[in-house]
Design a protein around this ligand. Structure first.
Ligand code: SF4
Length: 425
């Protein structure tokens, strides 16, 4: 994994004579196990770098990068999770999807590098010491419940009981943390949710935020723990509880600390909180505040740029965002004169309980929109594509959709929509 795939031009490594294709073995006699060893060891000014059978003596400023690029970003395999969580989304995937979708990672290094949430059940004391040594901060932790017995049952892992002790080790060493609770009906909700929120807020100020998100339930749950979704009334009660904590924490600590996923608002028909209530949107990657953020970015983008264009655009979105997106585009249409047709796409592939647009498939979109008047182009949310590709979850591409639907299909970020409208011929 430490194979050097590229030596950057004019870099320190190139000047030292290091070549791509060789393997980095050690720095100053210390074995390099992964990207964090590498970054840490590179901070010295005098380096003896062993690459393959050669030793290179390098002198540099402490924060200068050597200019080496490795085969894998982690310089190691991502760590596999050791749990069997009752709500695991991977276990609810149908067969015959892309192999990478079935990989269950639970790697603190990915938490630091990509913001992934980790349960810490596969971490030894030595792993925790490494996080502290390398100052990997913040770490995003999937807590779910602070009740040790219940956490063991939910994650189906006896090592899940140590969570409070592990969090204390991190925050005691000044590592910042964010938490998430995947809320499962009848399991970690109700009084247990109160206990978890109250125990986690005690880790402030190093604990920065806590999100509460509903478990995603697909229709492929055969032979799994019986779980059902929250009713409208229950979603409203959960929001009431979280809003009460927000008010209390805002008074006591100057931050709301705990936030509910957008899905709870949509399902209960509760109006979304104002933009400012999300503070600096610490949990947006978890779907917390996504709708308010979309509104802010879209309105701002159109206020800066609103090209004259009387084209008609179709906008497709998931069930969760549909009402909000409809209202938003009607406002934009009223202000700037564009024609938008908004289409709600139900998720027949995973089941109707899955309402976010990021999990829509190309086939589902084609089935819903085939034969509809789509106008001059169909616009999809950017998060519908696999990262850095033109491909949707089921392998269909934007070109496939365009061919089947008979109109251009684009997936753009909210900020880029006015530019796209301006570019339409
Ligand atoms: S930690 Fe739990 S939810 Fe995450 S991948 Fe593993 S089993 Fe699934």
């Amino acid at each position: 994994m430490n194979i050097i795939t590229e030596v950057e031009k004019n870099s320190i490594a190139e000047r030292a004579g290091i070549h791509a294709g060789e393997t980095l073995v050690s720095i100053n006699g210390e074995e390099v196990a992964d990207i964090f060893d590498y970054r840490f060891l590179c901070q010295d000014e005098q380096l003896s770098v062993r690459v393959g059978g050669n030793l290179y003596e390098i002198e540099k400023d402490p924060f200068d990068d050597l200019g080496l690029v490795f085969e894998s970003g982690l310089m190691d395999s991502a760590r596999h999770c050791a749990n069997k969580c009752v709500f695991c989304f991977v276990d609810q995937l149908p067969k015959n999807m892309r192999e990478t979708l079935y990989f269950k990672d639970d790697d603190a290094r990915l938490s630091f590098l990509s913001g992934n949430y980790v349960t810490m059940t596969n971490m030894s004391d030595n792993d925790l010491a490494r996080i502290v040594k390398y100052r990997l901060s913040p770490i995003n932790i999937s807590v779910h419940t602070t009740d040790p017995e219940l956490r063991v049952q939910m994650l189906k892992n006896p090592k899940a009981a140590r969570i409070l002790e592990q969090i204390q080790t991190l925050v005691g060493a000044c590592i910042s943390v964010n938490f998430q609770i995947v809320l499962c009906r009848g399991i970690n909700d109700g009084e247990n949710l109160d206990r978890t929120i109250q125990e986690l807020v005690k880790f402030r100020p190093k604990a920065q935020s806590l999100s509460v998100v509903p478990s995603g339930l697909t229709k492929f749950r055969e032979n799994l723990h019986p779980l059902s979704g929250f009713t409208e009334k229950e979603c409203a009660e959960i929001l009431e509880k979280i809003h009460a904590y927000q008010e209390k924490f805002l008074n006591e600590y100057g931050t709301r600390f705990v936030y509910a996923a957008d899905e709870f608002y949509v399902k209960s028909g509760t109006p979304l909180p104002p933009f400012e209530s999300y503070e600096d949107f610490p949990q947006i990657e978890n779907g917390v505040g996504m709708l308010r953020d979309t509104e802010d970015v879209l309105l701002d983008a159109f206020s800066r740029k609103h090209p004259k264009n009387n084209r008609t655009l179709a906008i497709a979105t998931g069930v969760c965002a549909y009402s909000f997106i409809s209202g938003l585009f009607s406002e934009i249409s009223g202000k700037y004169g564009y024609n938008f047709n908004i289409y709600k796409i139900e998720n027949d592939f995973f089941g109707k309980e899955i309402t976010v647009s990021g999990l829509l498939t190309g086939r589902g979109i084609i089935e819903t929109l085939h034969g509809k008047k789509l106008g001059d182009a169909l616009i999809l949310p950017k998060n519908i594509l696999r990262r850095d590709t033109e491909t949707l979850l089921d392998g269909l591409t934007l070109t496939d959709l365009s061919a089947r639907l008979g109109c251009p299909v684009h997936a753009v970020s909210e900020a880029d929509l006015p530019k796209l409208i301006g570019a339409l011929k």
